[in-house]
Ligand binder design. Structure first.
Ligand code: UGA
Ligand code: MN
Length: 256
């Protein structure tokens, strides 16, 4: 099955660096379609160039986060949900362009995470919704479903999450992938600004009709970490500062 890898992305000093690294990972993966959605008013040429150089099949979209939902540069990153508008725009594209498709898997991959190539093999095993451990997230070294001991690792009995473990799905966006048919059959499954912090994953998974204990545990019975929720250190170079430096030096750094 084809993998549809949805990546929201927004401008910051490390955007090109993060996307370049991600493109080099994804370029090793056969049968992967990269859907990149920029949080901007229009498509930018710097992202377009990265997509083109990747030689992957891709779709380049933009969807700007509404002003009242956008964080200030100095806000801590968790004050508002990120990627909502962008992931919805990718889902809409899938529903419009891939309406008749019967096979494929959809994954939401942040531009700054780290992906072992093995995670893509796991995704291709997904029947309805697959789940696996994620490294360095939610205050844990490994956040993971917990499986029953004596049934060949088929059933999930709990989750080891400590952060908001009362959530219907106490997992990160990077922890799951769903069959494209669930996306197509459930057009109301969208992300929303109107859910409590940490509930994006749960809201979406509930809307595609999945139950937490019916997810398919992957990555060697959830014993392996194939994706890490890494975060790139935030630079002091805000867009304003980069523009100021450009004016001051006469060298357009944004075009480099
Ligand atoms: C964590 C999860 O890993 C995300 O999948 C989830 O969207 C986020 O929490 C959340 O709760 O909203 P985290 O690493 O804290 O993510 O967030 P970022 O990596 O800063 O953002 C997630 C994605 O959205 C990234 O690909 C980023 O480029 C994009 N983003 C971020 C935008 O498109 N616009 C923004 O203003 C900020
Ligand atoms: Mn991230």
């Amino acid at each position: 099955p084809y993998i549809y890898f949805i990546t929201p992305t927004h401008f910051r000093a490390a955007q090109k660096a993060d996307l370049t690294r991600l493109s080099y990972t994804l370029s090793h993966v056969p049968n992967l379609h990269w859907i990149v959605v920029e949080d901007s008013d229009k498509l930018t040429s710097s992202v377009a160039e990265i997509l083109k150089s990747s030689r992957l099949p891709y779709t380049h979209l933009n969807a700007r986060t509404p002003k009242d939902q956008k964080m200030k540069y100095t806000d801590p990153n968790w004050t508002l949900p990120r990627g909502v508008e962008q992931r919805n725009s990718a889902l809409l594209w899938i529903r419009n362009q891939l309406a008749g498709v019967r096979s494929g898997v959809v994954y939401f991959g942040d531009d700054d995470n780290t992906y072992d190539l093995k995670v893509f093999g796991e995704m291709r095993k997904v029947q309805k919704a697959g789940v696996w451990p994620v490294g360095i997230v939610g205050g844990m070294f490994v956040e993971t479903p917990i499986l029953a001991k004596n049934d060949q690792g088929r059933s999930i009995i709990d989750f080891n999450a400590v952060w908001k473990r009362e959530r219907p799905f106490p997992i990160d966006m990077a922890a799951f992938a769903v069959n494209i048919t669930l996306i197509l059959q459930n057009p109301n499954a969208m992300f929303s600004f109107d859910v409590p912090r940490g509930y994006q994953e749960s809201t979406f998974l509930e809307k595609v009709g999945i139950h937490r204990y019916n997810m398919e545990p992957l990555a060697e019975k959830c014993s392996k970490v194939y994706v890490w929720h890494t975060r790139t250190e935030k630079s002091k170079l805000s867009k304003d500062l980069i523009e100021k430096l450009t004016k001051k030096t006469g060298f357009n750094q944004l075009e480099a």
